[in-house]
Write a protein that binds this ligand. Structure first.
Ligand code: SF4
Ligand code: SF4
Length: 414
């Protein structure tokens, strides 16, 4: 079993760039590989998201009830979500909270904020040097992949899920911080069993932790900055991932796939006015690959993913997905905690071994190899759980007590 952490590949890959993964070998393009009609996009109201709707009871009373317990029904995802929730208070100038007496914690140990109102820290005025340094800092904090783009205004929510407050955000740049959900665990789960939510919240809490520290650091250098993570976003993440060169839009709908991690990650964002050199979008052939594959659509337990062609929706070219079906499965899954079956079965969900790096290169460079690659992926059974690697406890909280569930996930035959 190969277990790959970013730190394992760091020395191997870095020579003249900050990134541990070889993002410099990817083909760069001027615009994302799926059309974005900037002037036709209506800013999104965060309250219209699937989870918010489920919580409000728009998908039925049963799901509304499940929404109250679906994360905490497994103790590990409950613990991870608690940490993510604590970070929700740390997104923007925690020192101001302290001064206003609204901080939820004893903040006497917090280092005072320097007075940078008229000044910036020396050596932080060059965009290229700053971009390199900010990436190095994010990797030091244990990010897996980092990309930078200009912040498009259409990627800012119109209203927040927190009391429907109108969202204003005029920062110039957005830094995407990507954290892997862990390959070993992904190889062992069947997609919709008792570890799925924990994998999500590991990466949500981890990327949120990095984003909160990075934003605070940038503010201490003299520039405005705000972190955005699962407990407190002001931005819609997929367009930011596209423009900052993290990945391409996939058949899964709003899921942006990275060539090295596949869909097996979550992202937080830092927005700022610090001058930064931006990255360009990438093209690794995913539009062609997804049009030939469709494995996620076939294996999705709720059939929320389209088998058909892309459509235009709110100015974005994308494969449509049924948010209600997906949310109902993730919130209401009676045989597991959440669902990540599409993440599990996607052929881009692989470890970063020499073998997979070679296959990855062929799939990116030669469209004619893709059908064969998909066929081999099926044959080798990568979509099946490798239970030898299973390490977690199957637990379900029923009426406030943990019990061992009778079933675990929905494994579809293929
Ligand atoms: S998370 Fe599960 S239900 Fe939602 S699209 Fe993926 S496979 Fe389908
Ligand atoms: S499983 Fe196949 S079709 Fe679905 S996102 Fe992955 S590559 Fe695309």
């Amino acid at each position: 079993m190969t277990r790959i952490f970013t730190s394992d590949i760091r020395d191997d890959c870095r020579k003249d760039r900050p990134d541990p993964y070889p993002v410099h070998i990817l083909d760069r393009v001027d615009r994302p590989t799926t059309a974005i009609h900037d002037n036709k996009i209506q800013r999104v109201d965060e309250r219209d998201g699937g989870f918010q709707r489920a919580g409000k009871g728009e998908y039925g009373e049963k799901l509304k009830k499940e929404y109250g317990r679906f994360i905490g029904k497994h103790p590990l995802s409950g613990a991870l979500c608690t940490m993510g929730g604590a970070l929700g208070h740390m997104v923007d100038e925690p020192m101001k909270l302290k001064q206003a007496g609204r901080s939820p914690w004893n903040t006497s140990f917090w280092p005072p904020m320097p007075d940078t109102s008229d000044d910036i820290a020396p050596g932080t005025d060059d965009p290229k040097t700053n971009a390199w340094h900010i990436k190095e800092t994010a990797y030091f904090l244990r990010a897996d992949i980092v990309g930078i783009c200009k912040l498009p205004q259409y990627a800012v929510f119109s209203h927040s899920k927190h009391k429907g407050k109108k969202v204003e955000l005029n920062h110039k740049y957005a830094i995407s911080i990507v954290v892997d959900q862990d390959w070993r665990t992904a190889s062992a789960f069947n997609g919709s069993d008792w570890i799925s939510n924990s994998m999500s919240f590991l990466a949500y809490a981890g990327s949120g932790y990095i984003a909160c520290i990075l934003a605070d650091y940038i503010r201490r250098l003299g520039y405005p900055a705000r972190s955005h993570h699962a407990m407190n976003y002001k931005v819609v993440v997929p367009p930011i991932l596209l423009w900052s060169g993290i990945g391409e839009m996939s058949r899964m709908g709003d899921v942006v796939i990275n060539p090295f991690l596949g869909p097996r990650y979550k992202a937080a964002v830092v927005t700022t006015d610090m001058p930064l050199e931006i990255d360009r979008p990438i093209d690794f052939g995913l539009q062609d690959f997804c049009s030939k594959c469709g494995k996620c659509a076939e294996m999705c337990p709720s059939q929320a993913i389209s088998y058909g062609d892309k459509i235009m929706h709110n100015g974005y070219e994308k494969w449509p997905n049924d948010v209600k079906k997906c949310t109902s499965m993730r919130v209401g899954n009676p045989n597991g905690s959440g669902c990540g079956t599409c993440i599990k079965v996607c052929p881009w969900n692989k470890p970063f071994t020499p073998f997979h790096r070679t296959v990855n290169w062929f799939l990116r460079k030669f469209p004619s190899t893709r059908k064969f690659g998909i066929w081999c992926d099926d044959l080798l059974g990568y979509h099946k759980p490798n239970y030898k690697q299973k390490w977690w406890l199957d637990l379900d909280q029923v009426d406030g007590r943990f019990v061992t569930p009778k079933k675990s996930g929905y494994t579809k035959k293929r």
